[in-house]
Ligand binder design. Sequence first.
Ligand SMILES: CC(C)(COP(=O)(O)OP(=O)(O)OC[C@H]1O[C@@H](n2cnc3c(N)ncnc32)[C@H](O)[C@@H]1OP(=O)(O)O)[C@@H](O)C(=O)NCCC(=O)NCCS
Length: 199
Amino acid sequence: MTEAENEVHLDASTFQRPLEQLAEVLAQKVKREAPQLLSAPPFVAVDLHVLIRQATLDDIPALLRHRRGMYEDMGYNDREQLRAMISTCTPYLAMALANGTLHGWLAQAGDRVVAGGFVLISPWPSHPYDGKCRRATILNMYTDPEFRRQGIARRLMQTMIDWCRKAGFVHVDLHASDKGRPLYESLGFKSTNEMRLKL
Ligand SMILES: CC(C)(COP(=O)(O)OP(=O)(O)OC[C@H]1O[C@@H](n2cnc3c(N)ncnc32)[C@H](O)[C@@H]1OP(=O)(O)O)[C@@H](O)C(=O)NCCC(=O)NCCS
């Protein structure tokens, strides 16, 4: 047999399936034996396809895309109003991410950001049940339509809730869209006594 005939031909597809199986075994092992690793930012949870990570200033375009997509999904279709929202939100997000009043999380599949949300920390008078003058709100939850109903928003929510708990908040608020409500209820969110007067 010549040297050339003796060569084994290998390409990426040869390894793909075994590597996927190995990744699955490792993911299960981490979940079982070191679950704390799944909630340590910036990389907080890994499975074969979707990674949850904290957003940086470079991710502002993705956060804006989510904000626009979320409102479009809720029926806001006035292009001028949406454009104005993006234009005022852009410098706000840059400032709030930089000064730590906003913490974003994104779900990434390969190079693509497919979902996200953020926690806003606002100044708020303290309560008898919470001595700190601040409040946490989850905002901007959005999953690209083709990635919905795979548990991605749930993982993002769980990550943000865990983060709020570790940061010492005693509760976290949000406003629920019709699509988001069942997910939030299943995570334990309850309606509050909040009211609104439209001005
Ligand atoms: C609301 C929203 C963020 C949910 O994103 P998502 O990634 O699809 O959420 P999840 O997959 O974690 O959960 C959604 C549903 O899929 C179900 N689900 C989760 N994993 C699933 C799976 N593997 N197979 C089938 N269904 C699944 C969940 O049980 C949940 O069902 P429910 O709504 O009946 O409770 C998304 O629909 C969205 O972006 N909507 C438009 C914008 C919006 O309304 N944002 C919320 C603002 S408050």
